[in-house]
Ligand binder design. Structure first.
Ligand code: SF4
Ligand code: SF4
Length: 383
């Protein structure tokens, strides 16, 4: 039965939705074309959306093309995720000044306006939950993440055109949206500018109340099923998420780690585009006037310094750093947080300059499960 909470809006309705969110005090962050990619920026009107733009993604390759089909959401995911909004790449943790013989510590606060994540893909919404399991579920929840995630309004848009690098179907995160949104849109095929909207929260219903709509019919719901059915059929990459934790745990000395290390540049691109990677470093800077500032910035486990302990780095080789990244994503994350650290968005595949594909690496290990490296065992300093 069609849900009574579902309605249909047109392209003007999308514009009204943005206006309605702005009127309620949200800074609306939505998809726009900039620098040859679809990225998130503050938007004020639907005309800023990437209408007619499509992305073509392959390992190590991302290209945009334009058609005259008028689709607003005819693309998958770009290099940026909403991680930047809830876990900024730089944030000042505290600041202190010399005050006579004392030290005055200032609270830096985090007074940014609440944001609406407009056009977040279902895998992005899943990534926010995964990140929340790390940053908000801990004994000392991260105040920046917690505040920004709690105040954010999520308008997810289901996927009609997954990229060749997507594998959300393997990770249970897409292409349809099941939970954790305020509003969920599906761009329906046929007469252009028809969107099925499902309500996921009371405030979602309040925002939608100001937008012209009509109740969704059974035909509209069939049209949504068709969009999602095409999307599922278009996803060809797979990863056995259930088998991966055990597979990787018993293959720490597999020769494939040497093979991938021969291709990996240890650049860390995969971690920076990943919507769930949360490695961070903390830096202190001082000025001559006696002010000290402590800043947190994104870091990457591919950096030699990231595993520095007294006397040296723990993970010296690229082999051990790639293995650390992949086994954490797919195996030890499950031990720590009870779920996979990967949502199958495919960004690490597209934005890896060497075209390294996490699904291919996992499949290669599975194909010779139990193979053991025959050379010298791993040094203690390179685990
Ligand atoms: S590991 Fe790769 S596919 Fe998985 S969530 Fe991160 S970027 Fe996306
Ligand atoms: S897997 Fe690719 S993106 Fe990640 S560090 Fe290696 S070369 Fe860079």
């Amino acid at each position: 039965m069609p849900s009574p909470d579902a309605v249909v809006i047109d392209a003007n309705g999308v514009d009204s939705l943005i206006t309605s969110l702005r009127a309620q005090g949200f800074r609306v962050m939505g998809p726009v074309v900039a620098n040859g990619a679809i990225v998130h920026r503050e938007i004020r009107a639907a005309k800023q959306l990437p209408v007619g733009w499509h992305d073509e993604q392959e390992p190590g390759s991302y290209r945009l093309s334009h058609g005259d089909d008028g689709e607003m959401f005819g693309w998958a995911v770009g290099p940026e995720s909403f991680k930047q909004s809830v876990f900024p790449s730089r944030s000042v943790l505290w600041r202190a000044r010399r005050d006579g013989q004392d030290l005055a510590v200032e609270a830096t606060g985090d007074d940014v306006a609440p944001e609406a994540f407009f056009g977040a893909r279902p895998c992005e919404v899943a990534a926010l939950k995964v990140l929340g399991g790390v940053l908000a579920g801990a004994a000392s929840p991260d105040p920046v993440f917690t505040r920004r995630r709690e105040t954010a309004f999520v308008v997810t848009v289901e996927c009609g055109r997954p990229a060749a690098t997507c594998f959300c179907t393997s990770m249970g995160s897409g292409p349809g949206a099941a939970a954790d949104f305020d509003l969920a849109l599906t761009e329906l095929a046929g007469p252009s500018g028809r969107f099925l909207v499902r309500v996921g929260s009371e405030r979602g219903a309040a925002v939608l109340a100001g937008v012209a709509s009509r109740p969704a019919t059974a035909e509209d719901h069939r049209a949504r099923d068709e969009v999602l059915g095409h999307a599922v059929a278009a996803i060809s990459r797979t990863l056995d998420a259930e088998a991966a934790p055990g597979l990787l745990a018993r293959n720490l000395e597999h020769p494939r780690w040497d093979d991938v290390a021969g291709r990996c540049l240890a650049c860390g691109n995969c971690t920076l585009v990943c919507p769930t990677c949360f490695c961070a470093a903390v830096e202190e800077t001082t000025d001559l006037a006696g002010t000290v500032e402590e800043t947190r910035r994104w870091d990457t486990c591919f950096d030699l310094a990231h595993s520095y302990l007294h006397g040296g780095s723990v993970r010296v080789s690229t082999r051990s750093r790639y293995r650390q990244w992949m086994t954490h994503k797919l195996s030890t994350w499950v031990d720590q947080f009870g779920n996979s650290g990967c949502v199958g968005c495919g960004r690490c595949i597209t934005w890896c300059p060497a075209g390294i594909d996490i699904t291919e690496e996992c499949a290669a290990i599975a194909a010779s499960d139990g193979a053991v490296k025959t050379s010298e065992p791993t040094a203690v300093r390179d685990r």
